[in-house]
Design a protein around this ligand. Structure first.
Ligand SMILES: Cc1cc2nc3c(=O)[nH]c(=O)nc-3n(C[C@H](O)[C@H](O)[C@H](O)COP(=O)(O)OP(=O)(O)OC[C@H]3O[C@@H](n4cnc5c(N)ncnc54)[C@H](O)[C@@H]3O)c2cc1C
Length: 339
């Protein structure tokens, strides 16, 4: 892109990455009247949360964010803002169904929270869970009490794992295996032996301790791409923002602590007034100069992160495997997505 001064006038804020985070940032800023340019490496928006059509069945399959919760306040506000709220299905009361194979036979149970104020709804839900002993159920209350005692002091849990925290709170192997581990894996995408108790305590606090609505599950009635990418793009472009696909950022140049130039793989260059990075840590590490990473207290940690991959497996069953729960649509009653 030649003529940097012309670009500069148009590109006050450049956002790198067209996933949930980048699109949400672009929507927020265009709504406030700031000129935004969003750069996305791929030929489509959505990042890790997108959908595609399965060639064999013709079904729309999601990758990424299958399940949301009422406590995703920012995500839900973003979806409301771009006009996508009616594409969501909300549970009226929090319910998670479990299917376990015990002695070769399937056994179904339900963590179903009644319409009581939080966190009483959670206590009642736990007490009804058939796969746990009464001792386990009462000991589980220790976790709620520990959260109350922490009162937001998450840092005190930063150096212990989920497993260490739960064991220290008297949680038996049975309840960890049948209840807490499932929650930790589903929300943190990491084994309880590795995941930080700090993160897990935040999830429990935000999801279950404040309001009944926060702990309800929310799913999209349509494919993820259909849920938000087109609406978000329309929102941004109809307010003067720009979305550029196939715009792969190859590197950032710095003048002191400020990004002075964005260089695209195509050779184009952009001079931003401000930059928002909405790419994963490994993508950010690739485009930052090594000396900038090394010399910055906040960026140096980029070299210490590791990934915890998620694999989605979609299974099509001939018969129903569970008779309850929330489904996207009655068209695929027997498809189960596993992560
Ligand atoms: C299989 C799977 C299941 C999941 N299930 C859930 C779930 O049930 N509930 C839940 O809450 N979350 C879930 N997640 C997590 C959720 O999908 C992600 O947290 C979310 O999509 C991340 O959004 P993001 O915008 O931060 O990043 P991304 O979606 O990764 O977006 C980053 C974007 O930046 C672009 N980019 C990267 N490098 C460059 C570059 N150099 N130049 C330009 N563009 C670039 C990428 O192409 C991408 O589009 C799941 C994730 C996966 C993979």
């Amino acid at each position: 892109m030649n003529g940097h001064s012309a670009e500069k006038a148009k590109n006050k804020v450049v956002i790198i990455g067209g996933g949930f985070a980048g699109l949400a940032a672009a929507v927020e800023l265009t709504e406030r009247g700031l000129p935004v340019l969003l750069l996305e490496r791929r030929s489509f928006l959505g990042g890790r949360a997108y959908s595609f059509t399965d060639k064999t069945t013709g079904d729309v399959i999601d990758n990424g964010q299958h399940l949301m919760m009422g406590c995703y306040h920012h995500t839900l506000n973003f979806l409301r803002k771009i006009g996508s709220a009616d594409k969501l299905r909300f549970q009226s009361d929090s319910q998670v169904d479990f299917l376990e194979i015990a002695g070769g036979l399937p056994r179904q149970s339900s963590f179903k929270c009644p319409s009581l104020p939080a966190p009483l709804h959670l206590v009642a839900g736990l007490m009804r869970l058939q796969t746990l002993s009464w001792t386990d159920k009462f000991k589980a209350l220790n976790v709620g009490l520990a959260l109350r005692r922490l009162n937001g002091n998450w840092a005190s849990l930063a150096d212990i794992t989920v497993r260490e925290w739960l064991t220290g709170l008297g949680q038996s192997e049975n309840i960890q295996h049948k209840f807490w581990d499932l929650m930790a894996l589903a929300t943190l995408n990491e084994l309880p032996e590795i995941a930080s108790a700090d993160m897990f305590a935040r999830v429990l606090e935000q999801g279950f301790m404040h309001s009944r609505e926060d702990s309800t599950m929310v799913i999209s009635k349509v494919g993820l791409s259909d849920l938000y990418t087109t609406n978000a793009r329309n929102f941004i472009e109809s307010r003067g923002g720009r979305v550029s696909l196939n715009a792969d950022v190859a590197g950032l140049e710095f003048a002191g602590k400020r990004v002075s130039r964005i260089v695209l793989r195509s050779g184009e260059e952009i001079i931003p007034d401000a930059l928002i990075s909405a790419v994963p840590y490994f993508a950010l590490r690739r485009i930052l100069p090594a000396e900038v990473v090394e010399s910055s207290d906040s960026l140096r940690h980029l070299n210490q992160f590791n990934s915890a991959p998620i694999v989605s497996i979609n299974l099509w069953y001939q018969n129903p495997v569970m008779d309850s729960g929330i489904r996207r649509t009655d068209r695929f009653p027997y498809r189960v997505g596993l992560q």
